[in-house]
Write a protein that binds this ligand. Sequence first.
Ligand code: NAD
Length: 427
Amino acid sequence: MTNHALPSYLNAEDLGPWGQYLKQIDRVTPHLGGLSRWVETLKRPKRILVVDVPIERDDGTIAHYEGYRVQHNMSRGPGKGGVRFHQDVTLSEVMALSAWMTVKNAAVNVPYGGAKGGIRVDPKTLSKGELQRLTRRYTSEISLIIGPTKDIPAPDVNTNEQVMAWMMDSYAMIEGNLSTGVVTGKPISMGGSLGRREATGRGVFVTGREAAAKRGVAIAGARIAIQGFGNVGGIAANMFADAGSKIIAVQDHTGTVVHQGGLNVAELHKHVAETGGVAGFPGAEATQDRDSFWGIESDILVPAALEQQITAKNAGQIRTKIILEGANGPTTPEADDILNEKDILIVPDVLCNAGGVTVSYFEWVQDFSSFFWSEEEINARLTRIMQDAFNSVWEVSQEKKVSLRTATFILACTRVLAAREVRGLYP
Ligand code: NAD
């Protein structure tokens, strides 16, 4: 056995999200030059914590949930990445999401490593009190390894400002002092940053605008199809609609609504707030079954729900010019090849959805200095960072004749491994 044999829980045969990430690393390795000596570092998380999260349900029974916090890489700074509450969360998924955070943070050059957390739970089955107890117990279990200079969680699927406030408060009770910088994505009234809630959707829009310019697609009048109408997809929809694009199709967990003339996005938000999903929206001219969503012709397609949505099965159906990966890991490597073959320009997740962590970084900086910036300043800095990152990636892709995904990985992995090399191994 070589010293490169992977631990059993990193089985490359696993075709889950972690397997998807490993394939992406294999694709970038030939471009890393002398730094490829360190590439094994990227193929195994630095630290994995699996915790039992017991809570007392409102009916007096005791329920146990499985929780995780994975710190993939901390070569460039403390861990940073969201916490997901979802019934399908697995260790493979959290590992992949933590690794994508390493790449993403390096791609936009914020001084963080990559981490991610999650609980295998459907939060819709919990009361607010149960959700609070779950969040607090989970925070207590992972408090061993998180902290404002160690690892800083943030929201992800099904977690929000309220969950972050409970996490911050639990950590404060455990530590005996309040460090608002232990989590980001907090309420504005408790150390949160203006513009954070909209930041990921804004970043999707900004990188989309850059990509559209490269492909000669006018944003005004562009036909946009979006999967996921939550924090990322919903905000991206607002920004594209404000810029004159037509949101022709939206799919969420409840269904798919279509209007070739453009859905009224404000009305759709109201409908979702009232009913819990897009299904049954009266302003749609048609509904589609789940799979035919991918065949709807558009100028820009925005997967902004969950990973592994665009696969070898449906990639052939896709008729669009640009894909903006608002979600993490929405495209499998096999689908990636099919789409590249069709000359569809894909702005990869690790670049496209980095707006959220960028403003999380601003929030953390503001918390440390207790000095808060205006929304204009935040949005202007965010826009500049996203544009610069897009253009750096574009240059690498042109120079090396590779996709934007591989170019982003080249840029990011070079930064991470250069840090690893200069720091050296301990002891
Ligand atoms: P969210 O919980 O606010 O919204 C998720 C959306 O996806 C909802 O509209 C839901 O109905 C939809 N959805 C869930 N399952 C679906 C299915 N099977 N088919 C179609 N739609 C489905 O979550 P979010 O924060 O918007 O995150 C969405 C994606 O963006 C995730 O991959 C997340 O990791 C990624 N992301 C989020 C942020 C952030 O700041 N929130 C930052 C970077 C990346």
